[in-house]
Design a protein around this ligand. Structure first.
Ligand SMILES: Nc1ncnc2c1ncn2[C@@H]1O[C@H](COP(=O)(O)OP(=O)(O)OP(=O)(O)O)[C@@H](O)[C@H]1O
Ligand SMILES: [Mg+2]
Length: 397
């Protein structure tokens, strides 16, 4: 085939793509419509309404499981209030910080400073210095500064709640200007770990985002799919299937959108004219493989071996002791020195935190307690990923 023909063929294929605009399905796209979040939009607007008069709204603490629209709704409402206030009132400044990306005290403060027009070098200053520059900048501005700390649990897990403590106290130290904090998290246990004083000032008002039902996810997907796909390219039942899968996994809209996008990409790769339920099923496997590989890649070597031991046991161990025996056998086969049972127990805890296994303590009456450990993802996927590790292919074969 002539190179020219290859290019033409590929371009032709693309012009037949099922997508008209796949960007609409990406997680960072802010949609114009947010079905089934009317109540949260209304509540948040009521809470933030004092901004219109240049007054300080209460701090807000927003929580709910992943993919329930917390980020999308918060950004939407702030953007709309900003538009409304423009040219009408005293104006306010809002800063959006994602604490997963900006995960140090320094970087969060630098981000706030930046929004206030105060340049802070990448490194080199003490946090105390940056903090006082932020304070000075707020006083110079004199109005209300809304600081959104999204995925706030990442910051606190890594660096404690000192910054939060200081930010919740800042209004008492300012001569002019005021700060409102909006903290967002999907980690319910986060609340328990937070200092009570910090929590009571951060959570002056709380807003909960419940998970979506399958029907609600269907509406959300329909709205987005209309913009993303060429008319008539979605086979009947595709949207409902994506919605049902995501609803079963705790009502996560991001998951539903990802499924639909990846299904579309698979259909496109194949040059198919329609996206079918079968494409969605394969998308599901592809996504699972990606997430599991990401997680497994970061594990320490013996963490991988513990996972391999669980696989050898058929994906479930009735106790840490059982798992430890299987683990030692793998170590022997590989000629590796095993770690202690205590350490294996810790590794199981890590795997549990990463969401790849569940470890549940079960009481056995007078025989005491035992920890049942089970894979949460499909054994085939784990096997596929682990098999690339040195020597493990043979052990798992
Ligand atoms: N009601 C909705 N209508 C349309 N799209 C939505 C709706 N809720 C969520 N989405 C979309 O789903 C995706 C995930 O939503 P969002 O990022 O707001 O979730 P989140 O609650 O912040 O999750 P996390 O806790 O993981 O950060 C985004 O692409 C968002 O646009
Ligand atoms: Mg979010």
């Amino acid at each position: 085939m002539l190179p020219d023909d290859i290019v033409l063929e590929e371009l032709m294929r693309l012009s037949k793509s099922v997508f008209v605009n796949r960007e609409v399905l990406r997680p960072d796209y802010v949609p114009e419509k947010l079905p089934h979040r009317e109540e949260q939009i209304r509540r948040l607007t009521q809470i933030l309404a004092p901004l219109v008069r240049g007054e300080r709204p209460s701090n807000v603490f927003i929580y709910g499981l992943t993919g329930t629209g917390k980020t999308a709704v918060t950004r939407y409402v702030l953007m709309k209030i900003k538009e409304y206030v423009e040219g009408r009132g005293p104006g306010f400044i809002y800063v959006y910080v994602n604490c997963r990306h900006d995960d140090t005290t320094y970087r969060v403060l630098a981000r706030i400073a930046d929004a206030l027009g105060e340049r802070v070098p990448f490194t080199g200053l003490s946090t105390a210095e940056v903090f006082s520059r932020v304070k000075a900048a707020i006083e110079r501005f004199g109005g209300v500064v809304v600081v959104v700390l999204d995925e706030i649990d990442f910051l606190v897990k890594k660096h404690g709640d000192e910054l939060l403590y200081r930010l919740t106290r800042i209004n008492g130290e300012l001569r002019r200007g005021k700060v409102t904090l909006i903290g967002i998290t999907n980690d319910v246990s986060f609340v328990e770990r937070l200092d009570a004083r910090v929590m009571s000032s951060l959570g002056e008002v709380e807003l909960v985002f419940p998970p979506y039902t399958a029907e609600q996810l269907t509406d959300i997907l329909k709205e987005r799919a209309e913009k993303a796909f060429r008319p008539g390219t979605l086979a009947p039942g595709v949207i409902e299937y994506c919605a049902a899968v995501a609803a079963k996994e705790h009502g996560d809209a991001r998951r539903a959108l990802d499924l639909l996008r990846v299904a579309g990409e698979i259909a496109e790769r194949e040059g198919a004219e329609k996206v079918t339920v079968d494409h969605v099923k394969r998308a599901r496997q592809e996504i699972e493989l990606d997430t599991v590989s990401e997680v497994i890649k970061t594990l320490p070597y013996h963490g991988k071996l513990v996972l391999a031991a669980l696989l050898v046991l058929g994906g479930k161990a009735q106790s840490t002791g059982d798992l430890y025996i299987a683990y030692r056998q793998i170590c022997r086969a590989l000629g590796t020195e095993p770690v202690t049972q205590r350490r294996v127990s810790d590794l199981v805890g890590e795997l549990d935190m990463l969401g790849i296994v569940t470890a549940r303590v079960i009481s056995k009456g007078r025989y005491g307690k035992t920890r049942v450990i089970a894979l949460t993802v499909s054994p085939e996927t784990v096997k596929k990923v682990l098999s690339v590790e040195e020597g493990l292919r043979e052990v798992l074969a």
